[in-house]
Design a protein around this ligand. Structure first.
Ligand code: ADP
Ligand code: MG
Length: 248
């Protein structure tokens, strides 16, 4: 670059102004390569653009992972299907293709604590992220707490949008606590507005027939259940807690 108009620092400064951080990162290396290997100008420019593209894709991927708020990172490869024979592995593998997202199908994982409901939801969330989909994981309790708090500062609509936007919404731990009427309306709002627009995965330690004990109001319960179940896959896990598994 001795004949160039700008030195490396000046080039980097200009690239930063144009927000081309991916090129900034590889510039020195690429300049050296260009000199040593005698790249054609078009080839050199092509490589830099490729670097920028890859860097943007990486940034998007890590942003999506962060915004998904997954509680841990465990995939299907970490799941011991032999421990839970009531789960059809083939059915989970089919779900892991994430085709259910295109059909706006919901998934319900039902079973006792420790049977792997959260693990499988997270594993499917990771798959969805791998396909470049947006995911949001939250416990039901956390979601309704946040929605309630948002009423106070008038950010309710904005908050609701946050739960409508992702391609996949994972609502964990339905049923551990009963809900107040206003909070059930919030759940209804989310479920009805995502109906046939975006998939939801719900985990619950209670069977659907008991959900009226969670949602209290019978009319709202059936309104929620109807919409959730219309296009859904229900995975009932009948087995004991993995937490009780004997260490071998
Ligand atoms: P649940 O959500 O049903 O209460 P979790 O998914 O949180 O249960 O599982 C409890 C713990 O046991 C987690 O650390 C999870 O990774 C692990 N676990 C559960 N089932 C299995 C399994 N079949 N194979 C491997 N790990 C499992
Ligand atoms: Mg759980």
């Amino acid at each position: 670059m001795s004949q160039g108009l700008l030195n490396v620092e000046e080039l980097e400064k200009a690239l930063k102004e144009f927000k081309l951080a991916g090129i900034v990162r590889t510039l020195e290396l690429r300049l050296k390569q260009a000199q040593e290997e005698g790249f054609a100008c078009s080839e050199f420019l092509g490589l830099l653009l490729e670097d920028e593209k890859n860097s943007r894709a990486d940034n998007r991927r890590s942003r999506l992972y962060k915004e998904a708020h997954l509680p841990f990172e465990k995939g299907l490869e970490d799941f011991d299907f032999t421990f839970q024979p009531s789960i059809k592995k083939q059915e989970i593998l089919e779900l892991s293709t994430c085709r259910f997202l295109e059909k706006y199908t919901n998934i319900l994982f039902l079973g006792q604590p420790g049977t792997g409901k959260t693990h499988l939801s997270v594993a499917l969330g990771l798959k969805a992220l791998g396909y470049g989909k947006t995911v949001l994981f939250t416990s039901v309790w956390e979601m309704i707490q946040r929605l309630q708090a948002s009423r106070a500062d008038f950010s309710y609509q904005r908050k609701i949008e946050e739960y409508l936007k992702p391609d996949l919404l994972i609502l964990d731990e339905l049923g551990y606590r009963s809900m107040a009427e206003k909070t059930v309306e919030d759940v209804f709002e989310i479920v009805s507005r995502r109906y046939e627009k975006g998939s939801i995965i719900i985990t619950s330690n209670r069977s659907v027939s008991e959900w009226d004990k969670v949602f209290i109001d019978r009319t709202l319960t059936s309104a929620i259940v109807d919409r959730l179940m219309h296009h859904s896959v229900i995975i009932e896990i009948k087995g004991e807690s993995y937490r009780f598994k004997k260490k071998d």
